[in-house]
Design a protein around this ligand. Structure first.
Ligand SMILES: Cc1ncc(COP(=O)(O)O)c(C=O)c1O
Length: 377
């Protein structure tokens, strides 16, 4: 069987399991605001979904995204999830022979997109307590060459949960500007951060800020996000986009309604997910050999080191899947250190986390007995 078939069947099995507790993809499973559901029903009832949306997005949504980021004067391209904007930017701005620089661990898909454009990928290692699991400006400066075309920074970092300070972001922006490189600031998890600074403030000309509604609002299945940049950059992206017929109308209406209630609705999501992080930290402290390198996390997830417990991340993932709980193996995020940790998402009902925590000692024992767990994605 082709790998894509095995992979698709893997996710189909998970998504058709009505009992599954999703703690593996940083999706948000806390109840949606009623206003968001009502906006979707309205988009169907009024036949709004029968036509195409404007090519770069509904104007009110474009404005709403800018307001939410506080980035006046920039342009917004609404995309089918943040990933479409990442794909498009990596395929449009990166050419064969360019260097593409990012961190390890980080998010692997843009690496593949840049490779498909013929780029050489430079992954800077950051999995080190001595540097607080963060990219240091000196490391970035040393990695830059005259061929560096694009720096891809995930901040807050998925999977680590670190976020950069204003000084660090300013330094990264300066390094990119000095090299004439584009900077993609992937801000998918920004809303969960304790503090967050946008690189676009320091380097508006060539910073592309990506935005997602999948995580803070919980619309992953609706596929809606955005890329925000200077008008000249968006003009380039708008000239031959993957989807010039406008993003999904239903999704955009839902996203707009979400922005409308965010100030009232989101603080409770944040409270629950931070409490969930704390519950996981307590459970991890009670199991010999497990550790949480970054806590608290600036994302809606935490990583748990499992190596010292003598188990593989894959075995722990498989053990939990037998109990209808999905967590993610580190290999999804890193080829070099992915064998050290699992990732657990926290925008879920506290009962799900309670169950995960209660099962933890038993699952570690079960994982010790699991040698061949089959492919995981
Ligand atoms: C770092 C990062 N960027 C982008 C995405 C994709 O977001 P979206 O669902 O908006 O396409 C993800 C999804 O997990 C992610 O972790």
């Amino acid at each position: 069987m082709y790998d894509f078939e095995t992979k698709n069947a893997y996710f189909d099995r998970l998504s058709t399991n009505p009992k599954l507790r999703w703690l593996g993809q940083n999706t948000n499973h806390l109840p949606l605001p009623p206003e968001v559901k009502a906006a979707m029903v309205d988009a169907i009832d009024t036949d709004a979904i029968r036509g195409y949306a404007p090519p770069l997005g509904i104007e009110a949504l474009r404005r709403g995204i800018l307001d939410d980021l506080g980035l006046d004067g920039m342009s917004v391209m609404v995309t089918d999830g943040a990933i479409e904007g990442l794909y498009h930017a990596c395929r449009t701005l990166v050419r064969a022979g360019d260097d593409f620089v990012t961190t390890d661990p980080g998010w692997q898909w843009p690496i593949r997109f840049a490779q498909a454009s013929g780029a050489r990928v430079v992954e800077i290692p950051i999995y080190d307590p001595a540097q607080s699991y963060k990219l240091r400006p000196e490391q970035l400066a040393a990695a830059m060459t005259e061929r560096t075309r694009l720096v891809y920074l995930v901040d807050p970092n998925n999977p680590l949960g670190i976020a950069y300070t204003a000084d660090e972001i300013q330094a990264f922006a300066r390094i990119c500007r000095d090299a004439g490189a584009y900077l993609i600031h992937d801000c998918t998890y920004r809303h969960f951060a304790h503090d967050h600074t946008l690189a676009a403030r320091f380097y508006p000309e060539r910073t592309l800020t990506t935005y997602s509604f999948s995580k803070w609002l919980g619309l992953a299945g609706l596929r809606v996000g955005a890329v925000v940049a200077d008008g000249a950059v968006i003009e380039q992206l708008a000239s031959a986009p993957p989807n010039n017929l406008g993003s999904n109308v239903l999704s955009q209406r839902a996203a707009l309604a979400g922005l409308g209630v965010k100030a009232r609705w989101f603080p409770e999501v944040q409270r629950v997910q931070r409490e969930n992080q704390a519950a996981i930290a307590r459970a991890v402290a009670g199991v010999e050999g497990l550790a949480m390198p970054v806590y608290p996390s600036n994302g809606n997830f935490v990583i748990v080191e499992v190596v010292e417990a003598g188990i593989t991340p894959e075995a722990l993932v498989a053990a939990y899947q037998q109990r209808d709980i999905m967590i993610r193996q580190g290999a999804y995020h890193s080829r070099t250190v992915g064998d050290r940790f699992v990732k657990i998402s926290t925008t879920v009902p506290s009962e799900w986390v309670g169950e995960l925590c209660e099962l933890l000692p038993e699952m570690v024992d079960v994982a010790r007995g699991l040698n061949d767990v089959g492919p995981q994605y």
